[in-house]
Design a protein around this ligand. Structure first.
Ligand code: FE2
Length: 307
């Protein structure tokens, strides 16, 4: 290749590098599990999934009064993964396979339900009694057909083991839950390529994140207001920004006149492009597999929680 054509190719790659914004989605408020309020950008009637992602819930932020904490008592899952990321609060987890865990501020639980578990996600006894500040997220990641019936797997990573980085100017911090950012690599393994980053950007700061063109990518704004994509579209608290698949880089900026830190979850994954059959906590490829999942659950084949 000649130097000229190489230079041209580099320029083209650069010109096509930065993704634009394809749309901005507002969250709805809905009641989940034992009756706690969540903000949910998707799924909803006109926007049922963002392949390979099936759901995002924001729990809180809210001040929970003593005795008022709610959770999600015993329920099943099959065919996908639930990713719980707690920013504040104290949750306990138990399942039908005898697994138990606990989540506090900054901890992540990446649960691959596979063939099926029955689990309970509840506030800890202390948090239920005393109340306190509660804030967290649950993301549902679809599994490819080949993994839907795999053995369930847990990856429980405490805050102290989540890789973190700070930019040279000190204005951008990132926690790397999945994928890679600012030279840090996640410790969590995913079944298909996934990026899950928590950015905290101070006013005048900007993050430029590599997101290969094949990935579907979105940002969910946890706090503050920022400028997104090649054209700097504005998005705020509780909104989901969908990036177009027109580049391999995502830019997020907190403008100089901003008063607060911009907090964003940047989530991306390679679409599975497989049929989705979905009924409540079961996500399979066909209706027959959904009927089988319901039957297996009702017959107790996913087990039960022993107390
Ligand atoms: Fe669950």
């Amino acid at each position: 290749m000649s130097m000229v054509s190489k230079a041209l190719r580099n320029e083209e790659a650069h010109a096509g590098g930065r993704r634009t914004v394809a749309g901005i989605v507002n969250s709805i408020e809905t009641s989940e599990g034992g009756g706690f309020l969540v903000r949910r950008p998707f799924p909803k009637a006109a926007f049922s999934e963002f392949d390979p992602f099936l759901l995002l819930d924001e729990m809180g932020p809210m001040d929970v009064a003593p005795g008022e904490a709610k959770g999600a008592p015993d329920h099943p899952h099959r065919g996908f993964e639930t990713v719980t990321y707690l920013l504040a609060g104290d949750m306990e987890h138990k399942d039908s396979r005898g697994h138990a865990g606990r989540l506090r501020s900054g901890d992540v639980q990446w649960m691959t339900a596979g063939a099926g578990v029955v689990h309970a996600e509840m506030p800890s006894r202390e948090f239920a009694r005393d109340g306190g500040w509660m804030h967290g997220f649950q993301l549902w990641v679809n599994l490819p057909q080949r993994d839907k019936m795999m053995n369930p797997r847990y990856q429980e990573i405490p805050n102290s083991q989540i890789p973190k980085a700070t930019s040279a100017d000190g204005l951008v911090r990132v926690s790397v839950i999945a994928g890679e950012a600012m030279g840090e690599k996640a410790v969590i393994e995913t079944r298909t390529p996934i990026i899950y980053l928590h950015y905290r950007i101070e006013p005048r700061g900007a993050a430029t994140q590599q997101v290969p063109g094949a990935y579907n990518a979105f940002a969910y704004i946890v706090e503050g207001e920022g400028l997104f994509g090649a054209e700097g579209e504005r998005g705020g608290d509780g909104q989901m920004v969908l990036f177009a698949q027109d580049g391999d880089e995502v830019r997020i900026e907190n403008p100089a006149d901003a008063k607060a830190t911009l907090e964003v979850l940047l989530i991306a994954g390679v679409p599975l492009n497989e049929p989705v059959a979905r009924y409540g906590p079961f996500v399979m490829n066909t209706e027959a597999e959904i009927r089988q999942a319901i039957e297996d659950y009702q017959q107790g084949r996913m087990g039960a929680i022993k107390s």
